[in-house]
Design a protein around this ligand. Sequence first.
Ligand code: NAD
Ligand code: MG
Length: 393
Amino acid sequence: MTFSLTILGATGSIGRSTADVVIAQRDAFRVEAVVGGRDALALAQVARRLGARFAALADESGGEALKEALSGTGIGSGAGQSAVLEAVEREADTVVAAISGTAGLAPTHAALKPGRRIALANKESLVCAGAAFMADVRRLCIDLLPVDSEHNALDHALAAGMNRDVEKAVITASGGPFRTWTRERIAGASAKEASAHPIWSMGSKINIDSATLMNKGLELIEAHHLFDLEADRLDVLVHPEAIVHGLVQWSDGAVTAGLALPDMKVPIANALRNERRLRMDLPRLDLAAIGRLSFDRPDEERFPCLSLAKAALKAGGAMPTILNAANEIAVAAYVADRIGFYDISEMVEAVCSTFSGRQLAAPETVAEALNIDEEARRAARQAVSAHDRTARL
Ligand code: NAD
Ligand code: MG
């Protein structure tokens, strides 16, 4: 049986790994549409490689280049938000949601169609609009499968029991490139150093989030929404080898864990499974060869973004939406070398505290979430201007 697939964020790190899985499973999948951000040639290349029927580029100005690159292939194309929506609307059994950042929320939300399966990589959708998004997932009977490796592992582990018997669900963090660095050294780190992840090869935004450990904080919020677990039943463990991705501790003391080699093709293939798991020709985990696995508690003094995200999860309401928006602006400013590493957490904290007195309720719709997101971005942009070191030169 062949399943049809649409890939949002097809030119990115998760998108390319998804393409590898699909190519390895030629008979199992047919690709309906692929969506990319700005790179028309890269999108045309992946559309050709996958034999997609339609390719949509979010950046309107790349439409002509995309059309030209696809001429003679029979692959339809379009550019701009309407083309992205057209791609999402086309009939597909599964949509892989792998756009980076909050830009992924609207297209991922538009992809929620009755009976569809969503393989979700875009964690920001759940951090920005978790309650509203999940309400629609339930209403439309969507099968939502997590691609994020920790959540994919937890999804398996949680199947061993019932939610009410979960004492703790733990996600692991490799610790990022600065795991062993002192606070002083981290303070002077460049975006290039922050992007040199020891284990995973990922997109630029998630790379920085991994260095600050904000990624783990966003993942706690993601886990809260995916698995209906409150903040005090969620935890983080540092695990540099990135073999154990998630653990569930049960009320009787038993622990169920999800393990795999750190290769995103494993959780992607898992999220794309049908009645049976796919048969993937990937290296197998050899624990005897690895010998030892190590674990540690996260250091929230050197990585304050993790405690900020935990606080936002505990505070609830619109605080995760605000944290996420402020973080995105701060990360972009850090990548542009406008602010320093610890300015990211300082700015996120400042923006969150500006809004904390208002005690905004959790957004009930995605549109409401995007309004709060925009307001928090404005506050964050002002905070960047105040911190901007290029402006001081
Ligand atoms: P990436 O930067 O490599 O790729 C992002 C993709 O989104 C690209 O195809 C880009 O063209 C597209 N895009 C960007 N803005 C867009 C827009 N406005 N409209 C349409 N498309 C747009 O990012 P990535 O590392 O592949 O991560 C994608 C998502 O998956 C993120 O939410 C990330 O947190 C999550 N994730 C990634 C990994 C990983 O290993 N890379 C692991 C777990 C979760
Ligand atoms: Mg992850």
